[in-house]
Design a protein around this ligand. Structure first.
Ligand SMILES: Nc1nc2c(ncn2[C@@H]2O[C@H](COP(=O)(O)OP(=O)(O)OP(=O)(O)O)[C@@H](O)[C@H]2O)c(=O)[nH]1
Ligand SMILES: [Mg+2]
Length: 618
């Protein structure tokens, strides 16, 4: 049987290959698998203007012929005629995004160097027009050395011209060609330079601001430099959380100390004074102390958002997310979850694929929300020495960075597993519009910070205060007889002793077991709970003499402290999140699943951390 000519769609990810494939083949599609790999083969039938049939295959997007994934390897091998189960394509239709020409041209030129019959579909010209871009298509075609057809795949524009051009290229193509071997020039930088030059020739008009944004994006979105810049920014951010916050934390502590002293000096010694000093001023104060660190974190986030960088970060993450079966659409909910999982989970409504949404909801609590920061900062401040690893890189900031990273890695792994089991499916790429870079407005940033401070302080004055006071009461009564530790004799202490049985194997002590229960109401309460417990047990001389960090570092071993951190990275320590998940998913199944898997993860992570640290002799 004679095969119809084979035409392959190739190009960078998100160029619109699949959109074009769908537009050209309609319902006449087949999905199979390439032998030996888990890469799907999408093929379909289309007809040339004279009615002759063509077999069209849609290949996975790739940035170059130098593959970094099995998908990309299939694309390279098909193009080179080496792929098992695929003929050498008679013609390549290279799809390029007109709004991103300089980047996409790199691969176009690399393919052209293979010297195979090809044509270029300059796709997304609608978006390019909207951006105020104008092209000299003849010049572009001459530079590349093959026909160039403008298309708008999603509106089926330019398809006739594409079919005409295809017929022409096919007519000129030799019947058979030996498959090219490793004859392509691997020097990617050469193609990069050429791409910029050709784009410069082909783009005849572009707005100035766009030109600036373009050249900044060439670096910020670069496949190598982009991620490096993103990681560096994150890294600097976490360093700053510690190094800039010392002075303001001192002021708050000073104020808190003064309040407590004044209260002790002026009020008669009774139950109310204890409640005020131990429960409220020192308990809630121990959480409020972390306000500067939260504000520094949000200063970075707000500035990055307002400058237009955050969308670039989402773009960079899109590929990583796709590799675990999520799309870039999940990025915004996940990013908001760094502030708090609740708005993040509500933002998943924008994800139309129900299984992708489910996965996003389930992993959102692994993003480090700002309520964890006080816990992290307390333990890091108490146990990790404030020294420099190398000049300019503080160890404390580094540990904080690692904690945030652990949450992300946990989420990536969880998504990977979920997308292969309970919520099977693949992530589709999605297109993000890149806003212009701009100087963030001082006023907006200040307003954003004010809002953050307000939210945090309101939480401190309501939930955190209420839980702290309740805990203080439960930890103060019944009053222990002489010689018995109050924190163990009290009501809270007895509950904690029950829990301690379960938590002891992962290195937790009695006080920690006590702190994790009220922390379910709000994670920050872990801090005030520890403050309360130690204050209640303290002898009079100790009372108030030592701040919480100092107390902890004297009492906990390092493995225990690290286990506590690991627990807080993963544990579903937040009832409001569970409640929102129940509301968003209409039932207890998903929140139940979330509680189960996160507690299991937290328990395992804390245990592994503890026992590894013990084994290492820390
Ligand atoms: N405005 C506009 N959007 C388009 C056009 N072509 C594709 N898109 C959109 O661009 C996004 C990416 O398109 P896809 O067809 O999935 O891209 P792809 O090249 O198959 O991407 P990979 O399979 O990841 O390599 C989708 O959201 C499309 O709807 C176009 O001509 N104009
Ligand atoms: Mg595709």
């Amino acid at each position: 049987m004679d095969h119809p000519p084979l035409v392959a769609l190739v190009g960078n990810p998100n160029a619109g290959k699949s959109a074009l494939f769908n537009a050209l083949t309609g319902a006449r599609q087949k999905v199979g698998n390439y032998p030996g790999v888990t890469v799907e083969r999408h093929s379909g039938r289309m007809a040339l203007p004279d009615g002759r049939p063509i077999e069209l295959v849609d290949l996975p997007g790739t940035y170059s012929l130098d593959p970094s994934s099995p998908d990309e390897a299939v694309t390279r091998d098909v193009v080179l005629g080496r792929q098992q189960g695929e003929r050498l394509p008679d013609v390549l239709v290279v799809v390029a995004d007109a709004t991103n020409l300089d980047n996409h041209l790199r691969f176009v030129l690399q393919l052209k160097a293979l010297d195979r019959p090809m044509l270029v579909a300059l796709n997304m010209v609608d978006m390019a027009e909207r951006d105020g871009l104008k092209f000299d298509l003849d010049a572009l075609s001459a530079e590349i050395g093959c026909p160039v057809v403008p298309t708008v795949a999603v509106r089926k524009r330019g398809l006739d011209a594409l079919r005409d051009a295809l017929a022409e290229v096919l007519a000129g193509a030799p019947a058979t060609l030996p498959p090219p071997l490793d004859s392509f020039d691997a020097d990617i930088r050469h193609f990069q330079r050429e791409a910029r030059r050709v784009a410069g020739v082909a783009i005849t008009e572009q707005p100035r601001a766009r030109a600036v944004t373009r050249s900044m994006d060439a670096i910020a979105l670069h496949p190598v430099f982009g991620p490096i810049i993103l990681l560096t920014l994150m890294f600097v951010m976490f360093q700053a959380v510690f190094s800039w916050s010392e002075a303001p934390i001192g002021w708050i502590e000073g104020l808190q100390g003064w309040l407590a002293e004044t209260a002790v000096a002026t009020l008669p010694e009774n139950f109310l004074r204890d409640l005020l000093v131990e429960g409220i001023i020192n308990g809630v104060g121990s959480v409020v102390v972390f306000l500067p660190q939260i504000l520094i974190l949000f200063l970075f986030i707000l500035v990055l958002e307002a400058s237009g960088y955050m969308v670039r970060a989402a773009f960079l993450m899109d590929r990583l997310m796709a590799s675990v079966g999520l799309s870039g659409r999940a990025f915004i909910p996940l990013l908001s979850s760094f502030a708090c999982a609740i708005p993040g989970i509500m933002a998943t409504r924008a994800i139309d694929d129900p299984k992708e949404r489910l996965t996003t909801i389930l992993i959102a609590p692994l993003m480090t929300c700002s309520a964890r920061l006080p816990v992290y900062a307390l333990i890091i401040g108490a146990f990790i020495p404030a020294r420099q690893v190398v000049p300019g890189v503080g160890l404390q900031g580094l540990v904080l960075f690692v904690l945030y990273l652990s949450g992300i890695v946990g989420a990536v792994l969880a998504a990977f597993v979920l997308r292969r089991t309970l919520a099977k499916g693949q992530g589709g790429g999605f297109m993000m519009e890149m806003p212009r870079y701009q100087m963030p407005s001082l006023r907006d940033v200040a307003l954003g910070l004010w809002h953050r401070a307000y939210v945090f302080l309101r939480r401190a004055g309501t939930t955190i205060m209420a839980v702290t006071v309740a805990l203080w009461l439960l930890a103060s009564y019944p009053v222990a007889p002489e010689g018995v530790k109050q924190s163990e004799y009290s009501a809270a202490g007895r509950i904690a002793s029950g829990l301690e049985v379960v938590l002891k194997p992962i290195g937790f002590n009695h006080e920690m077991s006590l702190a994790v229960i009220p922390a379910m109401a709000a994670r920050e309460v872990a801090v005030s709970a520890l403050q309360t417990v130690y204050a209640i047990d303290a002898t009079d001389e100790e009372q108030g003499a030592q701040e919480l960090g100092g107390r902890l570092s004297g009492r906990w071993s390092l493995p225990t402290a690290l286990a506590f951190l690991a627990w807080f990275v993963f544990a579903p320590q937040c009832l409001s999140t569970i409640a929102v998940v129940r509301r968003e998913t209409n039932g207890w199944r998903v929140p139940g699943l979330m509680l189960g898997y996160l507690f299991a993860l937290a328990y395992a992570a804390a245990g592994i951390t503890y026992w590894s640290a013990v084994a290492l002799g820390l």
